[in-house]
Design a protein around this ligand. Sequence first.
Ligand SMILES: [Cu+2]
Length: 462
Amino acid sequence: MKRRTFLSSAAAVLAQQALAAYLPRGKEAQQKADYTLRIEPCTIDIGKGVSIRTIAYNGQVPGPMLRLREGVPVSIHVTNHAPVADLVHWHGLATDSYNDGAMEEGSPMIQPGESLVYKLTPRPTGTRWYHTHASAEGNLSLGSYTGQFGFLLVEGKENPARYDQEFNLAIHHWEPSFVPMVEKMREHSANAPLTSGSDVGYKYATINGHMLGTGEPLRVKQGQKVLMRLLNASATENTILAFPGHSFTVIAMDGNAVPNPQKVEVLSLAVAERIDAIVEMNTPGKWILGSTLEKEREMGLGVVVEYEGTTGEPVWKDPAPSEWDYSRFANSQPAPEPDRTYELTFRDIGSTDHSGFDTWTINGKAWPHTDTLEVEKGKRYRLLFRNGSGDQHPMHLHRHTFEVTSIGDKKMSGLRKDVVNVMPLDSVAVDFVADNPGDTLMHCHQQLHMDFGFMQLVKYVG
Ligand SMILES: [Cu+2]
């Protein structure tokens, strides 16, 4: 396992020199662009006496909020001030492969000291986000372990919901380290009882860069309707949240309006998922909106919600046990049959390269040897994910929106997403229309999985 000492290498010095040489020439392009992002090393204070050295956009976590208009082209000038090559992925946008920000699709890497202007025509409307798509490969100071993420909202003509106030809340975990895989998880893994792979654990967690109890509370008034956009920007951790005394009316998932909005007490957000929910402020007090796990709240995963005029300590109450079920938000009618189905089975095969990390396979092959999925423009395809492992896999398809069409034996339609979490030994089918030609990456969004084989390319043919 290669580990680079953060910012202390000769490469960093060279990067600084290259940057100095570059900047005057790049000024013009930068001035012409609609938005400017700097990928830069920085130190952020996430709690009392807790400082994190990381890489982020414009020195802040989350990065600047990008509010874009559907169909109105924008240019985003990105300069890499960090000592390693990087690139920005515009998650959930139906962009072209070059601008999508995935090396596997042919998007360029931005070398240290260099810049790239991304040209995007934002669509579809909804809660999108942007983040690094660089691999970390066991270096826990790179990739999505860093603070490189931010909200990107694509706004259309119609406003899907009425509300008095909005909060955009991004979850992240910090100070990762390797821990042995939990033995119980191993036992549940159908095919890999003998592996001894590592997993990642964390010391801290934040919402919008602040640990629970630090930073500003969310200030609300009784009777308000609040729109909460929640984003799980963790590298590897799926999260379950509750807000005692209140319920969430889920109106969109991954930015797309759900066919069947539902009131729930608990939200599940796998890595890279987003939920838009309306919360009615009808239980005055000072509350903790946070992880349902005590250990995670102690790490910082929560935020205080404070009604006007209330004092005292914020209150947490455990929610009643409940199961997360995507189908509640979908139509129960089955979706139309696809033109073709690809059946994809996921397994881990233990460590194959003495790195200590499990290698992940799709139909027995690991990236870059995974089969290419061929599609023809205009046809409808079904990806049938079969999880043959004991881990959860938040599966992400780039440049397209898919429809969740079954979970286990249960058929459904109308729930459009770009990430779907596949539970251990479960199966999930998603359908998509091949309507955006160009190479398209499909992968597990768990950084430790995607870096060790769990990627596949969809290619347009004909
Ligand atoms: Cu995975």
